[in-house]
Design a protein around this ligand. Structure first.
Ligand code: ADP
Ligand code: MG
Length: 599
């Protein structure tokens, strides 16, 4: 029999427990404390923010700024839940221009740590010192300190052992802190940012006037040298930043920084747009690396969708996706590595000989004009006053002399090196061409065009090839059977669990049907990441082209060499294969003259 108690089963939790539960949402780990405090300093218009951390932030986190400070009554109120100076009405929620607005950070920290706050407003003769412990104010006294705010957070999670147990080592917690500080520094180049760990300086970024200079303070020059600049605008929307050149794609995903109105966020729309822009240039297991700043009218985003504000929602996702995708595509532009005849000999040579000489980004020397200092007493909208990279720099980086499709060129083949690289005179250029990637590009273009024109021809196999596939592979390929058929790759169900391969795309020449299907199956897992069928066509065709193209290591006769180069030239001499690898080195005659001192 069930024993019933006479007590009601529901009861209201005591206030301090409520505070600790709520704090858990905002203050997940020491880095969250650092982020919230630095956000507050930035919202207060500081031009200097110093962060000191001990023991991964568990023993102590101190943030000192030179911002607008707080009057005594405000300082006391700041520790009350939902007390904020940043919004007043629900109207304000529709266009938030500050990093903070929920009024939760200070009370949340206070619930799970010991806090000392010292703050003075500019011009005041005396400031305030507050001590807060486990959510309640213990003392208020006068303090004689310079204008600004100094917050000291000690013994984080002293009263929430469960939370403490889930933290990682101090080194890991510190790495999250470092990331949070770097993000703030990236978004606010005009602010002097400093971070110490157990008394040792880890990061020191003096105030600079542009995002470019700040990037250079934070990332290695060699890493930036692999980046191309991104810039594009549409009404009420602007994207700036850098993204990795297609030829430098690697397995690493850092950095992948997205800032929307200077707020670091995770955003699937932007990430997808970037990935989509690389499209078939993105081989499996490689990821784009980028630092992108999106500026948008604050009325067009909702920043109030996540307790730690690391997610946002756009009112017009499509417009954002389109802008970002186009901007990144433009930045990647085919043939960005073509030696342009007009560029200076030394620089051009460095680009021909290899990236190793390109130690500094091309815009490194251009620490140009002074941007409007963006701090003021008024919280800023985050819409920067100057494009991240001047347009002229951006366009120079992606300068390509596009070759019109079909323009006939004279090809004089000299031979092959290592059965991999073709060497030839092409028009008035000496070219070294990767036989596989060039062929891949040709096949890709042909198949793509045929598909667009709905005229892809199928080349029937003399004997259909039976394909016995395990269930999970059948499930992968089944949804694509129709689309593949339109490309000329005909796969028919055969019996209960097999297929018959009946034809291959004619544009691919004498393709090995079985290898094609195997290649497709391997790549198919990836296609789920592409939203529309139209964008799925890229990887499908890229895969088909790759598995049909001549391999490195195969001997090619001179006639084959010139045939392939003519085909590649006829397709527009594109400088990357559909997966993003380089196709050719091009050295114009004038460049040779310059190199050998004949000009
Ligand atoms: P929110 O930032 O969402 O308003 P917080 O709990 O982080 O909420 O801070 C509460 C209020 O305290 C802020 O609205 C601001 O007025 C004040 N404040 C906090 N930190 C600072 C600071 N470093 N300088 C000046 N004012 C601050
Ligand atoms: Mg705040």
């Amino acid at each position: 029999m069930v024993t019933r108690t006479t007590h009601p089963k529901i009861h209201v939790l005591p206030g301090d427990l409520v505070g600790r539960i709520a704090a858990g949402e905002v203050v997940e780990r020491p880095a969250a404390v650092v982020k919230e405090l630095v956000d507050n300093s930035l919202d207060a218009g500081s031009t200097f923010v110093s962060i000191e951390v001990e023991d991964g932030g568990l023993a102590r986190i101190t943030v000192t700024d030179n911002g607008e400070g707080m009057q005594r009554e405000d300082a006391v109120l700041a520790f009350t839940r939902h007390a904020t100076s940043k919004i007043r009405s629900d109207q304000d929620l529709l266009a938030i221009r500050t990093l903070g607005f929920r009024g939760e950070a200070l009370p949340s920290m206070a619930a799970v740590a010991q806090i000392q706050l010292v703050t003075t407003v500019p011009g005041a003769s005396v400031g305030t010192r507050l001590r807060v412990r486990a959510g309640s104010i213990e003392s208020i006294e006068d303090a004689a300190v310079p204008a600004g705010t100094h917050i000291d957070v000690r013994e984080l999670f002293f009263n929430t052992p469960a939370r403490k147990k889930f933290l990682k080592t101090p080194a890991t917690e510190f790495s999250h802190i470092l990331q949070a500080v770097q993000q703030a520094a990236l978004a606010w180049p005009t602010v002097h940012v400093r971070l110490t760990r157990n008394g040792q300086e880890v990061l020191h970024c003096g105030a600079v006037t542009s995002f470019r200079e700040r990037l250079m303070q934070i990332y290695r020059a060699s890493a930036l040298g692999e980046m191309v600049s991104v810039h594009r605008e549409s009404p009420g929307l602007r994207i700036d930043g850098v993204t990795i050149g297609a030829e430098h794609l690697r397995g690493s995903r850092t950095p992948q920084e997205i800032f929307v109105n200077r707020r670091p966020v995770k955003n699937a729309t932007i990430l997808h747009a970037v990935t989509d822009a690389y499209g078939p240039l993105l081989p499996r297991g490689r990821y784009p690396r980028f630092v992108l700043f999106l500026d948008i009218d604050p009325a067009r985003i909702d920043v109030n969708v996540h307790p730690t504000k690391r997610e946002i929602r756009f009112s017009d996702t499509e417009a954002v996706h389109r802008l970002v995708r186009q901007a990144v595509k433009e930045a990647l532009g085919d043939g960005a590595d073509t030696v342009s005849a007009s560029s200076g000999g030394g620089a051009a040579l460095a680009r021909v000989i290899g990236e190793s000489l390109r130690v500094a980004p091309r815009w490194a020397g251009d620490a140009s004009r002074v941007a409007e200092p963006s701090h003021s007493a008024q919280p800023r909208a985050g819409i920067a006053t100057e494009p991240l990279f001047p347009a002229s720099v951006g366009s120079e980086m992606s300068s390509t002399a596009p070759v019109a499709r079909g323009a006939p060129v004279e090809v004089v083949p000299f031979g092959q090196m290592d059965r991999t690289y073709l060497i030839a005179r092409v028009g008035d250029e000496l070219q070294i061409i990767d036989q596989h990637t060039a062929h891949e590009r040709v096949l890709y273009e042909r198949l793509w065009r045929a598909r667009q024109a709905e005229s892809a021809q199928a080349q029937a196999l003399l004997e259909p090839i039976p394909l016995e596939l395990p269930a999970h592979q059948r499930a992968l390929i089944e949804p694509h059977v129709e689309e593949l058929g339109r490309l000329g790759l005909t796969i028919e169900p055969f019996g209960l669990d097999s297929f018959l391969l009946r034809s291959v795309p004619a544009a691919l020449g004498t393709a090995d049907g079985l290898a094609l299907v195997q290649g497709l199956l391997e790549d198919m897992d990836e296609w789920r990441n592409y939203a529309s069928m139209a964008s799925k066509m890229h990887p499908v065709i890229a895969t088909l082209a790759c598995h049909s193209a001549v391999r490195a290591g195969r001997h090619m006769a001179l006639s084959e060499i010139s045939g392939l180069i003519e085909d590649w030239a006829a397709e527009g001499m594109m400088m990357t294969c559909p997966h993003g690898r380089r196709v050719a080195l091009r050295l114009p005659g004038e460049e040779l003259d310059r190199i050998f001192g004949r000009d």
